[in-house]
Write a protein that binds this ligand. Structure first.
Ligand SMILES: *Cc1c(COP(=O)(O)O)cnc(C)c1O
Length: 456
């Protein structure tokens, strides 16, 4: 059969509340043209994020009932620990309430002024947790990854030569850790090849630096390796995951992504001294080491989610359904990052609105238009999210101006996705009428969450 079907049946449904265009214009104005500030109930199709928005399976819900809520040494912790160990192979598994909590712990311990961390591309919370300690976060993405219009199989790869040059220039004693983000969320959901992981590891080994995975979408990354990298076509996804993690000395994870749950995360590592420090900080900020900011039931749901995420029928449906949306948009001429990523389609706002310069936030303009046009909520990943100011107050734009349409796992059906494609194409056809935006309020860090805008 040619048709790839959703590999599940629907047991419980949640109604969508419909709004009119006129209502949405008013709602958006009241939200300061920031879709983060729109109520979810006022959204028809919510593609703001794939984080914590997965639909859990009946087995995960059964796990919720099995959860052992003992304060210390709960049975559910050991189920969780075994499931995480099976994938990462790491010795110390520390549960956290989400990915950034794991980041906060590891970077508080390793960071500080004068320290440097490098990644293919740091995700926004990761970068914020590094910079918050006074350390610097450096992105060393390979060249093709910086060109949305160039198609390549592994655009998430790190530039290995740049990494070595960076280590020589900075001094290895000032670099506590190298991070590979799989898949590269901020760079288009693009995968990192096994070869690149091995090459980065070789450089880390040469300079005696630990390598961590920001592992949020490890299963999607592994499936891309299976599809695209020679020598992996006959390996199982779980074997590929295990090999990926085998080159790393630890990982930070948001279970809200590839563990198919609504909350959770972990920090895994092999260094016993560092693990001790991390657990001590965990006790102050998250909770006792066998629950770490989660309920026992959450740990059960994560463990079950980790079984389901490496299912190849699931991954085939997941990767293909994202690609399906991307193809519909490309066929209509909408410029996107090619090829489509694993968890999201990224519209290239610079090519969509070539007349709007970065300081007029073209990505934000598209986000607003998609909401007004069809109640679809997307997110800007460009100069609103990553822009900075120079000393004179002039905007230093982000490398790319993108709009991300993230697909929640197992939530929307093919007709929802057809609808989204229609909305995007309609917006594209009306692009001549779209206006730029200016910021009227912003917070000092992670401004995109709470900024307010006005059309110009
Ligand atoms: C989501 C995400 C994080 C942070 O995880 P949270 O659970 O949202 O705190 C870190 N890195 C990447 C690549 C992510 O996608």
């Amino acid at each position: 059969m040619k048709t790839i079907i959703e590999p599940f049946r629907i047991k419980s449904v949640e109604p969508i509340r419909f709004t009119t265009r006129e209502e949405r214009i008013k709602i958006l104005e009241e939200a300061g043209y920031n879709t983060f500030l729109v109520r979810a109930d006022d959204v028809l199709i919510d593609l703001l994020t794939d984080s914590g928005t997965s639909a859990m399976s009946s087995d995960q819900w059964a796990g919720i009932m099995r959860g052992d809520e003992s304060y210390a040494g709960a049975k559910s912790f050991y189920v969780f620990e075994a499931a995480v160990k099976k994938i990462t192979g790491d010795e110390f598994i520390i549960p956290t309430h989400q990915g950034r909590a794991a980041e906060k712990i590891i970077f508080s311990i390793l960071g500080g002024p004068g320290k440097y961390f490098a990644s293919n591309t740091f995700f926004d919370t990761t970068r914020a947790n590094i910079e918050f300690t006074g350390a610097e976060a450096v992105d060393l993405l390979n060249e093709t990854g910086k060109h949305p219009e160039q198609s390549a199989p592994f655009k998430g790869n790190m530039d290995v030569e740049a990494l070595e040059a960076f280590i020589k220039k900075t001094g290895k004693e000032n670099i506590p850790l190298i991070v590979l983000t799989v898949t590269n969320n901020s760079g288009g959901g693009q995968p990192v090849s096994m070869q690149n992981i091995k090459d980065v590891k070789a450089v880390c080994k040469k300079y005696d630096l630990p390598l961590f995975l920001d592992a949020c979408r490890f299963a999607e990354n592994a499936y891309f390796i299976k599809l695209r990298e020679k020598g992996y076509e006959n390996k199982s996804v779980i074997e590929i995951c295990q090999e990926m993690f085998s080159y790393a000395d630890g990982s930070t994870m948001s279970a809200k992504k590839d563990a198919l749950v609504n909350i959770g995360g972990w920090l895994s590592l092999n260094d016993s001294e560092l693990a001790l420090k991390c657990r001590n900080l965990l006790i102050v900020t998250e909770g006792f080491p066998t629950y770490g900011g989660l309920a026992g039931r959450d740990l059960e749901a994560i463990a079950q989610g980790l079984e389901e995420i490496v299912d190849e029928h699931y991954l085939q449906y997941r990767i293909r359904s994202t690609e399906y949306l991307g193809e519909k948009m490309m066929n209509a001429g909408v410029p996107i990052i090619e090829p489509p990523g694993g968890h999201a389609i990224y519209i290239d706002a610079k090519r969509f609105l070539p007349d709007l310069s970065s300081d007029k936030y073209p990505g934000q303009s598209i986000v607003c238009e998609l909401y007004i046009e069809g109640g679809v909520r997307a997110v800007e990943i460009g100069s609103v999210m990553f822009g900075k100011y120079d000393k004179t107050g002039k905007l230093i734009p982000a490398m790319m101006e993108l709009v991300r349409l993230a697909i929640p796992r197992r939530v929307y059906t093919q007709s929802h996705i057809d609808y989204v494609a229609e909305v995007v194409i309609e917006a594209y056809n009306n692009r001549d009428k779209m206006k730029g935006y200016e910021i009227t309020y912003e917070a000092p860090m992670l401004r995109h969450f709470t900024a307010r805008f006005k059309p110009i």
